[in-house]
Ligand binder design. Structure first.
Ligand code: LHQ
Length: 261
């Protein structure tokens, strides 16, 4: 079935998911939350997908929950259940999918949309894009992983301030604080992101997946546990075809040809 709220594209090993509800800055209604989950599952299963880009159509990245779509439903809705069916599985999958995910932050990212941006492995942002917690603006607590990611990325005091003041952060500030990896003029963002993604998709993506697994896990470990876990993953990496190819190419003094296996 074609998606009604997303555009997707698979070219050169790069799967691009574009949230496509630009009239509300790609805010989430239930179908969009469901379709993002489906698209991520498909990308995870498809071995030809070696890198993902997540972006938004029009001038916003994602404004979080579509507050209009909640109108009249809020009283009856269990927010806990809503999160369990919408943002939580999306955020979880973005962290567990063993392929690099690049957030192409083309415009405002707020609320659950900020969580979506933070759950990506890397972020390239448009000059002029803004990041906003948004939750406190409607008297909610943080969700969609924002309370997990933000203090880790920019430190507790800045994260807490951002949450309770609800002040937006510019992409330039985000770059200075290490929240994004690069900032580009808006008309150069897509090509810069794509160039990075295509390059990554032709590199040893199996090792990139193990790198993600190691760094995810390291948040919960002591140094000795992390060393042991690294050794476990290195055992896996050392048995891949790409490892053999990497070493052979190095010794032959030629560029390696990696296949993600
Ligand atoms: C919107 C939205 C929006 C609908 C802008 N919905 N239309 C979990 C638990 C359960 C329930 C609740 O939700 C959650 C998770 C969450 O995500 S809670 C947080 C929900 N999101 C927000 O509160 C964000 C509210 N929006 C903003 O702070 C700003 O609009 C941002 C920073 C996103 C963008 O600012 P600007 O670039 O200045 O754009 P704008 O404010 O002028 O908005 C443009 C249009 O988009 C405007 O419509 P209009 O018809 O006037 O052009 C907005 O009403 C609409 N829009 N966010 N979430």
């Amino acid at each position: 079935m074609p998606y009604t709220t997303l555009l997707t594209d698979l070219t050169d090993g790069v799967f691009t998911i574009t949230l496509n509800r630009p009239e509300v800055l790609n805010a989430f209604n239930d179908p969009q939350a469901e379709e993002v989950q489906e698209a991520l599952k498909k990308a995870e299963r498809d071995a030809t997908v070696r890198c993902l880009i997540l972006t938004g159509a029009g001038k916003g990245f994602c404004a979080g929950q579509d507050l209009g779509a909640l109108k009249g439903r809020s009283e009856a809705l269990s927010f806990r259940e809503h999160l369990a069916h919408t943002y939580n599985p999306i955020i979880s999958k973005l962290r567990s999918i063993e392929k690099p995910v690049i957030g192409q932050i083309n415009g405002a990212a707020a609320g659950a949309g900020f969580g979506l941006a933070l759950a990506c492995d890397m972020r390239y942002a448009a000059a002029g894009a803004k990041f906003r917690m948004a939750f406190s603006g409607i008297s909610l607590a943080p969700d969609s992983g924002t309370s997990f990611f933000l203090p880790r990325l920019i430190g507790y005091a800045r994260a807490y301030e951002m949450a309770i003041t609800n002040n937006p952060m510019t992409s330039e500030q985000a770059l200075a604080w290490g929240l994004v990896n690069g900032v580009f003029p808006v008309d150069e963002l897509a090509s810069a992101t794509r160039a990075l993604a295509v390059k990554l998709a032709h590199l040893p993506t199996k090792a990139f997946g193990l790198t993600k697994r190691a760094m995810n896990k390291a948040f919960q470990l002591t140094i000795d546990e992390a060393l042991d876990y690294e050794a476990h993953l290195q055992e896996i990496a050392g048995r891949t075809a790409d490892y053999r190819e990497g070493v052979a190419a190095f010794l032959d003094k030629r560029p390696p040809k990696f296949e993600g296996k």
